[in-house]
Design a protein around this ligand. Structure first.
Ligand SMILES: Cc1cc2nc3c(=O)[nH]c(=O)nc-3n(C[C@H](O)[C@H](O)[C@H](O)COP(=O)(O)OP(=O)(O)OC[C@H]3O[C@@H](n4cnc5c(N)ncnc54)[C@H](O)[C@@H]3O)c2cc1C
Length: 432
């Protein structure tokens, strides 16, 4: 990103001819929703996407994502998730698609572990509904889970469930276009320049001029913004039951009996996932992933990310954990696809106006937990771009905050058993 003005312009003198009030660069999870929320306000908005809408090359694919309102990552996320829930339901109604299924979900681990302690702290600070399940209730209620620690308890979050990445992106873009937004797909942005009174975005051989630019480039953010963001290769995995009937409706691993969970195992390994949904014949198997605390994942560059799956490195630890925690599942994944997250040093989103510049709004550093919030992040991006008051406090996501590498979750509970083996140097945990 370059700034062709000197000193910093005020934003008062708009370019003579504007192509748009706002240009949104990157139409993945967050950019597509910003496009919708801006189009909803009737402003002239152009969205530019390098690939197709709902493509599988960034961070927003693989059919499902966990949805939670009691977010262990920060209590300030609860109002954002709550707004996201309302907007997911609104967008689903407008498009006739299911974009959110609130099945409820269980967070499991020792009382002082980061999963349970973080969730309970979020519940308390945000005043949310949740039910604490003691050890016996936990064991009785979730028979597909095994290998609980003696100290494990559960927190049942009735608002948790499943959201849908490709459908969510497509719905937002279609709705925005219906409201008058212009969308350029298969169009790569090659330069974003801040100029007097606005921004110029070079894309597909043309320059788009706008008063404001929203940059929502996911794993490609480091190519355009000078912020401490690092893309990380994090594949997605699905599993089948040892008994094939167990993942069909009524089976032990069907979504109804094996709902959304995040579970810290006794050795500190943390798994997240949800049951299968094969009701319509085209559904999905059980999805399970490993929290990024054990060195299974590696930093990457978005343009050169390794898109092959390497069994030992990619799912050796995951398969071992699945065998222990879910003995009814075949521990070898039935399907695996690459994906990326983009980490910030404190694993919190980076959403705001760097330096308070009214021309530029950034949205990156999803840190592996950003999809559920997407429409509410889109709403915040629209508010920031247009100079409206954000609907909730977003100081904890400020791009200009001091990044000391400590997350709110670190303070809420232990992240892992420090004596457990680490295969390679790891970064801090990532949840879903
Ligand atoms: C394995 C895994 C599991 C996850 N689980 C969960 C979960 O359960 N719950 C949850 O809430 N979140 C989860 N997440 C995180 C969630 O998926 C991300 O937070 C979210 O998808 C990030 O969206 P984004 O808009 O930042 O990036 P993206 O959706 O990747 O959007 C960036 C867009 O920018 C485009 N782009 C790049 N370069 C250019 C260019 N030069 N010109 C134009 N366009 C460009 C890209 O093509 C892309 O479409 C998970 C992520 C992974 C990888």
């Amino acid at each position: 990103m370059t700034d062709s003005t000197s000193p910093s312009p005020t934003g008062s003198a708009a370019p003579a001819e504007l192509d748009a009030d706002v240009v949104v660069v990157g139409l993945g999870a967050w950019g597509s929703q910003a496009l919708w929320r801006l189009a909803e306000r009737g402003v002239r908005v152009v969205g530019v996407e390098r690939f197709g809408i709902g493509h599988p090359l960034g961070s927003t694919h693989g059919t499902t994502r966990l949805f939670r309102i009691a977010c262990m990552e920060h209590p300030g996320l609860a109002p954002i998730a709550t707004r996201a829930r309302d907007l997911w339901l609104d967008l689903g109604e407008r498009t006739g698609r299911t974009l959110l299924r609130q099945t409820g979900g269980v967070m499991v681990g020792p009382r002082d572990g980061h999963v349970v302690a973080g969730t309970l702290r979020a519940v308390e600070e945000a005043g949310l509904e949740a039910t604490v399940l003691d050890h016996d209730e936990l064991v009785a209620r979730f028979p597909a889970h095994a290998g609980f620690g003696a100290d494990d308890i559960g927190v049942w979050d009735p608002a948790a469930g499943i959201s849908y990445p490709e459908a969510g992106v497509r719905s937002a873009v279609e709705t925005a276009v219906g409201l008058g937004a212009t969308v350029l797909t298969d169009t790569r942005v090659t330069a974003i320049e801040l100029v007097e009174g606005g921004a110029e975005v070079t894309a597909g051989g043309r320059v788009i001029r706008a008063s404001h630019v929203v940059v929502a480039l996911g794993a490609w953010m480091p190519q355009f913004v000078d912020l401490p963001l690092v893309a990380r290769r994090t594949p997605l995995f699905w599993f089948e039951g040892k008994d094939s009937a167990s993942t069909t409706p009524g089976g032990d691993h069907d979504l109804a009996s094996f709902p959304v969970f995040i579970r810290q195992l006794p050795d500190g390994t943390t798994l997240w996932g949800h049951g299968a949904d094969k009701a319509d014949g085209e559904g999905y198997a059980v999805k399970i992933g490993l929290e990024d605390s054990r060195g299974s994942f590696s930093d990457t560059e978005a343009d050169t990310v390794d898109r092959y799956i390497h069994p030992a490195q990619d799912y050796g630890l995951l398969s071992a954990a699945v065998a222990t925690a879910f003995p009814g599942l075949d521990p070898t994944p039935s399907k695996a696809i690459p994906c990326m997250v983009t980490n910030s040093p404190d694993r919190q989103f980076v959403v705001g106006r760097p330096g308070g510049d009214p021309r530029l709004v950034v949205a990156g550093g999803d840190s592996g937990h950003g999809f559920k919030h997407a429409p509410a992040i889109g709403e915040l991006l629209a508010q920031l771009a247009l100079g409206e008051e954000p609907f909730t406090d977003i100081d904890f996501m400020d791009p200009d905050r001091s990044y000391d590498g400590t997350s709110w979750m670190d303070e809420a509970g232990d992240t892992a058993d420090p004596t457990a083996p680490q295969l390679t140097p790891s970064t801090s945990p990532r949840t879903a």
